[in-house]
Each structure stands twice: as C-alpha cells, then as structure tokens.
Ligand binder design. Structure first.
Ligand code: PLP
Length: 403
C-alpha cells in the first residue's frame, strides 16, 4: 500500500503491503523460492533471485522501511554488519579516507580498525560532540562520515545537526547507525542524513529470533548499495524477511513501552545509592539531554550504568536479578543485561575501552516490554542484595549506604 498513510503506527501496519492482496491473504506470504521465471529482464540486477534482494518479501520490506523513516528507498540485508560493511565499501575504495565517531558498536569498530585498511581505505576517529575538531581531520580524499544516533554502549548523542551540515558542505556521504533509536524515535532522512543503517536484529524485528539489517535513504545511494550487496552476497533469507515483516508491525507499540519503561527505570537507578552513574539520554543529567529532546520522539530502551563497587558488584547484580537474561544483543521484548567489556566491546583493547570510558564494570541494559514495576522491584532486590553485603563491609569503614 502506497501514498500518505499518516502516522508511523499506521505505516508499520499498512506501508508496503501488496494491493491487491496476494490470493486475498491478509498477511504478506513468504516467497520461499530462490529463483523466478525469466520475464524478459534486461539487467542482471533485475533478474529475480534471492541474492539480488528483489523477491516480493524484500520489496515489501523495502517499501515499509522507507515509509517508516520518510525516506526515498530502502533495502534489507542479512545482518546489521552486512548493512554497515556493504555501505562503507560501496562509497569507499582504494585511496579514500573517511571520518568515524570514536565510540561505536564493537563489530563496527573492529571492522574499521582491523579490516578496512586492507582495502586501501584510511580513517580518522572523531569526537561526535566536538564539531570544531572535525575539520582538522578532513583530507582531500575524505569521502564519508559515519556516526551512531545513540552510541553503544555509552548512549552519547553526537551533534547530529552539525554533522549533516558538515557532510553537505564538504561533499561527504553521511551514514548513521540508527539501530538504538529506531525509526519511531528518530528518522535520519528528515534531518538530512544520506543513509540510515540498522541492525534489524534489534528493535525493528523485536523478538530476538532473527539476524537482519537494513539500509534506508536516498534512492540513488540505495541503488549503489544494492549493487554492491548483490556482489558481496549479504542478502536476507525470505523466511527471516517474513519474520522481520511481522515484527515491524508492532514496532511503534513496542517502542512506546520501551521509551516509557526505560525512562522510569533510569530514574529509579539514578536515585539508588548503589548506582554510581546512569547513561540514558532521557535523564536531565545526561550531557546530551537537550539535544536528544530536540531531535528524538523518545529516548529508547537502552541504557548503561555503573555500580559503586565495580566489576564484582556488576556480576552480582546480573546474577541476582531474576527477570533479565544475561545476554548480548538488544531491542527484544525481553529485558537483557550484559557487560560490554566481555561481549559487544570485547574486541577492543583494554586500553581503547578505558580511553573511551567503557569500564569493565559497565552494565548495559536493554529494557524489554515486561511491566515496568516488576523490573524495578527485581532490580531493587538485586541491588540490595549487593547493598546489604557491602553496607556491613562499608559501615565498618567509609560510606553509609542508604535504603
Ligand atoms: N549496530 C549496532 C548499534 C549494534 O548494536 C549491532 C549489534 O549488536 C550491530 C550494528 C550489528 O548488527 P548484527 O548483529 O545484526 O549484524
């Protein structure tokens, strides 16, 4: 279904749905066919074949995703990393240089620091909050700039407005990993970004049962990424496409709950005496809170926090909390906790993690859609198991623990 469908809740249900319905099916059927009868296509990219990303399931998803972000076009990929690596390799080649935010999802960071130079591509890291410094890193060969809407795992919100104008004035392709925000909270095309990338494994699918990715943005650029993807081969399997399509239908509903629940939990954690620091852009104490309020429709379900007693206390919290699963990944209906230094960011050297502010005791929390109060009660008992142990130890010494 095309045309003006109104709000994002409605688009999540109706955008991209085939009209007329296929055999009357209310749900987009899964086309589990690798190849399709030749119909006189003139170009290789138009031949229908799963790897070429043009089966009915791919096309319906592309239309739905571009509608969600008010963008021109989209494509789905086999994983978030396929979306990221394929996009970077589409616009960068031998002799090119690009700028990347210094604190990134670990897999992206590893790709940049370990693999990309082998393609003859060079890079510089930039501080997303210091636009003055970006120009100093610019070279005649700089072609692109890469950033995350809300950085993993410290939840920084870079200066996205300055980044768009910087990219435009220097002719750079601007790419943003919008996984943490989701199209419900932020739509990069509306601000002027060229390409928005997603690990659709996370909020877009929302049920922690597939791995998928997406690239959303300007048609001419999406066409180039599709062409590269057709060669690199990171296309999405139809069954995963079917599940992603199903997951997206509840995206707006889920994000509303994630946003509301995470804000309440962040406020609870921030006040708890066992907690040293909470990183959540919805908190007034967050250094980028004003920017997040101006640009986002919600602050999302992701946060990270540190306890006063470091790694030992973090481990105890994770073992004592009953509701969250201790697992990497995020954006699903179930609450997950992990220590990034042992999972998503274990590929970084200890020195790099320290420099970026990712302590070994940092806990990353993906708030699911369980009842907020149940999670708060569970976290309270987990923190207090810790507090009572340390309070007897502490009362002999320095700090008086409240609660
Ligand atoms: N981008 C972000 C922000 C992520 O957190 C992840 C995975 O955790 C990825 C990209 C990579 O996605 P995938 O695991 O689907 O390849």
């Amino acid at each position: 279904m095309k045309g003006n469908l109104g709000s994002i809740e409605t688009k999540a249900i109706h955008a991209g749905e085939p009209r007329p319905r296929i055999a009357g099916a209310v749900v987009m059927p899964v086309f589990q066919s690798a190849t399709y009868q030749y119909a006189g296509e003139k170009n290789y990219d138009d031949v229908r074949y799963i790897r070429l990303n043009n089966t009915p399931n791919h096309l319906a998803l592309a239309e739905k995703l571009s509608a969600l972000e008010n963008a021109e076009d989209a494509l789905v990929t086999a994983s978030g990393m396929a979306a990221i690596s394929t996009s970077l390799l589409t616009f960068l080649g031998k002799g090119d240089h690009f700028l990347a935010q210094d604190c990134l999802y670990g897999g992206t960071h590893d790709f940049v620091t370990r693999d990309i130079e082998k393609f003859g591509i060079s890079y510089d890291f930039i501080d997303g909050n210091d636009p003055e410094s970006w120009k100093r890193k610019l070279k005649p060969s700089t072609r692109a700039i890469y950033v995350e809407t809300i950085s993993n795992p410290l939840m920084q919100v870079p200066d996205l407005e300055s980044m768009v104008s910087f990219a435009k004035s220097h002719g750079l392709v601007s790419m943003i990993d919008n996984t943490f925000a989701s199209p419900v909270n932020f739509r990069p095309s509306e601000l002027g970004f060229d390409l928005s990338l997603h690990s659709a494994t996370k909020y877009l699918n929302g049920h922690s049962d597939i791995v998928a990715g997406a690239v959303i943005g300007k048609s001419a650029l999406i066409q180039k990424v599709t062409h590269k993807l057709n060669h690199l081969g990171g296309s999405l399997d139809p069954h995963a496409a079917f599940l992603l399509h199903r997951g997206i239908k509840t995206l707006a509903l889920r994000m509303k709950h994630h946003n509301e629940s995470a804000l309440q939990i962040a406020r609870f954690l921030e006040k708890h005496p066992a907690v040293a620091k909470v990183n959540y852009p919805g908190l007034e104490s967050h250094p980028n809170h004003e920017r997040a309020r101006r640009l986002f429709d919600g602050f999302g379900g992701m946060m990270s926090f540190e306890l006063h007693d470091g790694v030992e206390a973090a481990e105890l919290f994770m073992q004592t909390a009953r509701l969250p699963a201790v697992a990497p990944s995020l954006g699903g209906v179930e609450t997950l906790v992990t220590r990034p230094s042992t999972t998503s960011h274990s590929g970084l050297s200890a020195e790099d993690r320290r420099r970026l502010g990712i302590s070994d005791g940092l806990i990353r929390l993906s708030v699911g859609i369980e009842a907020t109060q149940d999670l708060i009660e569970d976290f309270r008992q987990a923190l207090e198991t810790r507090s009572s142990r340390t309070s007897s130890h502490r009362s002999q010494g320095r700090v008086q623990v409240r609660e």
